[in-house]
Design a protein around this ligand. Structure first.
Ligand code: BGC
Length: 400
């Protein structure tokens, strides 16, 4: 741990998203999101839904206090679009806005910077009914929503993320995992990508007066004989668009694991395969934290005008429990890679563990747990894990 000392300006944080923690799916005027529909239509692994999740909506103060004791400088959260604008267009929901007002005030009172994500996948069902991301109208509504949120609660937010992981949104539309009406063709998947990029591009200028604007991209880092092809189709699809077009103020990078790909007769010409002999986590992802360094070097070498980078997510899923030495090892190894990249001159400004607390891992339900804080989903009791205390001590010993 001794050499994990970062510059005094480095931001230490933790991340969550609305649907995964808030619960309160239909209270105080909230409209249904597309994920509420999916939960009620199919149920997720183990019959899970996000109806209650961590009940963060009703336990805000307790969760804010957990963040304060942890000592983080920043908290990355997302606004649930249908909580603040139930139909995704037109009228606003004062009670929903009041919740985020209290969240932001509660953060600032504890000396924690809000890092606000506008879209972490849970758009209003009303917009899905009129085409969702297949329709260019959704991009326009997103820009209006961004502007509306900024005008109503943005006076205390300095850093904005438009979209979380547009590549995941596109893939989950193609597979049907995030689309109540089922899978899409590859061509329609590309229409989704186009509209997501339009949403980002339309919203960005409307947020600029309120602070820095970025986007959070999930990147892998590819290996294997089809790596180049996979890189072009996945890592570079959104990177090229946001870095070569209208510049962003910072790039959010979500990173969990690299991918190994081999040429195949798949429509895309490649397929994922195992890393021989490498252990995998409970979601089947290879545990190779040292590859984060390769990805960061590749980013720096590939994009001459790379803006400052924030690691907006990084974490390891484990079964329930408060003793999580494997998570500590994984996070420590990833931070070692980030430190090496910083020492190499790369401009990395912050780091956010995924996640502050155990939560709903989308269609995988509640079993894969990413939290620094354990949540008992029967009683909703929160208990800090060993990793929470490790992270707290690490933050406490940083130069200030
Ligand atoms: C998402 C999170 C998710 C995490 C772990 C990211 O893809 O942004 O919502 O829980 O990875 O799978």
């Amino acid at each position: 741990m001794n050499d994990l000392l970062f510059p005094p300006t480095f931001t230490w944080g933790a991340a969550t998203s609305a649907y995964q923690i808030e619960g309160a799916w239909d209270v105080d005027g909230k409209g249904p999101s597309v994920w509420d529909t999916l939960a009620h239509q199919r149920g997720f692994a183990g019959g899970a839904t996000g109806d209650v999740a961590c009940d963060h909506y009703h336990r805000l103060d307790e969760d804010l206090d957990l963040m304060a004791v942890l000592g983080i400088d920043a908290y990355r959260f997302s606004v649930s679009w249908p909580r603040v604008q139930p139909d995704g267009r037109g009228s606003w929901n004062p009670a929903g806005l009041a919740f985020y007002d209290r969240l932001i005030d509660g953060l600032l009172a504890r000396g924690i910077e809000p890092l606000l994500t506008l879209y972490h996948w849970d758009h209003p069902q009303a917009l899905e009914d009129s085409g969702g991301w297949l329709s260019s109208e959704t991009a326009e509504r997103f820009a209006d929503y961004a502007e509306g949120v900024a005008a109503r609660i943005g006076d205390r937010v300095r850093r904005w993320i438009t979209l979380n992981e547009p590549l995941s949104v596109m893939s989950a539309h193609i597979s049907g995992a995030s689309r109540p009406a089922g899978p899409l063709t590859l061509d329609d998947g590309l229409r989704v990508a186009d509209n997501l990029l339009a949403a980002h591009a339309l919203a960005t200028p409307r947020l600029r007066d309120h602070g820095e604007v970025g986007i959070a991209l999930n990147l892998a880092g590819f290996e294997g004989d089809a790596a180049e092809r996979a890189r072009a189709h996945e890592d570079q699809l959104f990177l090229d668009a946001v870095l070569k077009g209208e510049p962003i103020d910072f790039l959010g990078v979500n990173w969990y694991a690299p991918a190994r790909v081999i040429a195949s007769h798949d429509p895309l010409g490649y397929a994922r395969t195992d890393f021989p002999g490498v252990p995998t986590n409970m979601l089947g992802w290879p545990i190779l934290p040292e590859r984060l360094g390769d990805l960061l070097r590749w980013l720096r070498d590939t994009y001459a005008d790379l803006p400052p980078v924030h690691i907006t997510e990084n974490g390891l899923p484990l079964p329930a429990g408060i003793h999580d030495p494997r998570r500590i090892d994984y996070l420590r190894s990833c931070l070692t890679q980030i430190k090496a990249a910083l020492d190499d001159g790369m401009d990395i400004r912050g780091y956010h563990v995924w996640s502050l607390m155990d939560n709903l891992e989308w269609d995988h339900g509640y079993d894969p747990r990413f939290g620094l804080v354990h949540v008992d989903f029967d009683t909703l009791t929160r208990t800090p894990k060993d990793s929470y205390h490790w992270y707290r001590r690490l933050i406490a010993r940083q130069p200030r």
